[in-house]
Ligand binder design. Structure first.
Ligand code: DGI
Ligand code: FE
Ligand code: FE
Ligand code: FE
Length: 186
């Protein structure tokens, strides 16, 4: 396996500058949370650096991987917001030779969460949401909450994302509802 610097170059080549800067801020936040919650910092770094690796890939790329790898065909009904994590984890595995299942699950779950999430997965879900460049009402409070009560912060994010999606009348992936039911009261 390569070094952090090698991985950074591979990720940087796949995304725009503004997204790459987001990714570096997610890594920084993930490392702070990993220290607080005693998660392996190397895993936190790799998961953070690769969580949005596939975000700028074409719909055709994702659809081709869903077919080639015989992923659940129902995935095709959704969009980039779901594919870049769930299908993106396959691209990270195949293209970057990352095979740690904790890391791949954290990538898969980083947008919608899941009923069961490891501490690493909770950290990536939260670091993506509260990295230093994020600005929305309550961000300071939920950033602190991630350090005080990680599970409660997962619930906070899921509740607010669901409210946001309902407000804009967007499609709700059933996995998002599952995460809400499991985590909103923790
Ligand atoms: O890739 P990032 O922008 O860094 O962050 P992300 O992968 O967590 O994506 C967050 C977006 O995904 C946010 O705008 C809410 C949206 N999202 C999460 N769950 C769902 C969803 N969008 C839809 N339509 N349906 C969902 O269930
Ligand atoms: Fe993402
Ligand atoms: Fe996220
Ligand atoms: Fe992200």
């Amino acid at each position: 396996s390569g070094t952090r610097e090698d991985l950074i170059k591979l990720v940087e080549a796949q995304v725009s500058t503004y997204r790459f800067e987001h990714i570096l801020r997610v890594e920084k936040m993930a490392l702070q949370l990993a220290e607080k919650w005693q998660v392996n910092p190397e895993k936190a770094s790799i998961a953070a650096l690769t969580h949005d690796y596939a975000k700028e890939r074409s719909d055709a790329d994702f659809l081709a991987v869903i077919d080639a790898k015989h992923l659940d065909p129902d995935l095709k009904s959704w969009g980039n917001y779901l594919w870049h994590g769930v299908v993106g984890a396959e691209m990270v595995h195949d293209e970057l030779a990352i095979s740690d299942q904790d890391i791949l699950d954290a990538i898969r779950q980083h947008t919608t969460g899941a009923a069961y999430m490891t501490t690493l997965s909770q950290i990536i879900y939260m670091a993506d949401y509260v990295e230093a460049g994020r600005d929305f009402p309550g961000v300071t409070e939920v950033r602190q909450l991630a350090f005080d009560d990680l599970a409660a912060s997962v619930g906070w994010q899921t509740r607010h994302t669901l409210e946001f999606l309902l407000q804009k009348q967007g499609p709700i992936y059933p996995g998002t509802m599952t995460t809400y039911n499991e985590w909103s009261t923790k």
